[in-house]
Design a binder for this molecule. Structure first.
Ligand code: SF4
Ligand code: SF4
Length: 163
């Protein structure tokens, strides 16, 4: 039985319809949906300008990602009330990946600041560098922070340690 205090592992999320295929992941920035609960919710679907996320008529279904339609804009990350969507670019450089996630704490990190990257359970995985911060009216003032980390932890990093 899974420890209810620990988040599911990457391998478990990969079995869900919201996780992009390895082929799509190898092509650049893409949304990664880690929605756990089958609850009535679909802002991910309605916020995507490219119809890349479908919940469908049964609003409690888990969202499905159509990775080939995703252009990596990050809009759905800010619109998800469950903070269950992330952005990953495994092609950022030869050795690094870029991971985007919602961040609503203060103080906000600055661009090019070194930070500690953490996993789904808040455990520190290593250093990262903030490369981009998205925040616009279309994102409901939710910040989406993008952190460069080594590729090996790209699919595990989901936030940064708070100061
Ligand atoms: S990142 Fe942009 S294009 Fe991709 S699923 Fe989210 S809203 Fe749609
Ligand atoms: S908006 Fe977020 S919490 Fe709601 S169904 Fe979509 S991914 Fe899940």
């Amino acid at each position: 039985m899974r420890n209810r205090f620990l988040a599911p592992k990457t391998e478990e999320f990969k079995k869900q319809p919201g996780y992009p295929s390895e082929e799509r992941m190898s092509k650049g920035m893409v949304a990664v949906i880690e929605c756990e609960q089958e609850i009535p919710c679909n802002p991910c679907e309605t916020s995507c300008p490219n119809n890349a996320i479908i919940v469908g008529d049964n609003i409690t279904d888990l969202p499905e990602l159509f990775g080939e339609k995703c252009v990596g804009c990050g809009l759905c990350v800010a619109k998800c009330p469950g903070q269950a969507i992330f952005m990953i670019d495994m092609t950022y450089s030869d050795k690094t990946a870029l991971v985007g996630f919602p961040y609503e704490y203060l103080p906000m990190p600055q661009k090019d600041q070194e930070v500690e990257a953490v996993n789904r359970n808040g455990e520190i995985l290593g250093k990262g560098i903030v490369r981009k911060i998205q925040n616009s009216r279309t994102m409901d003032k939710t910040n989406v922070i993008y952190v460069e980390v080594i590729k090996e932890i790209g699919e595990e990093v989901r936030s940064i340690a708070r100061k």
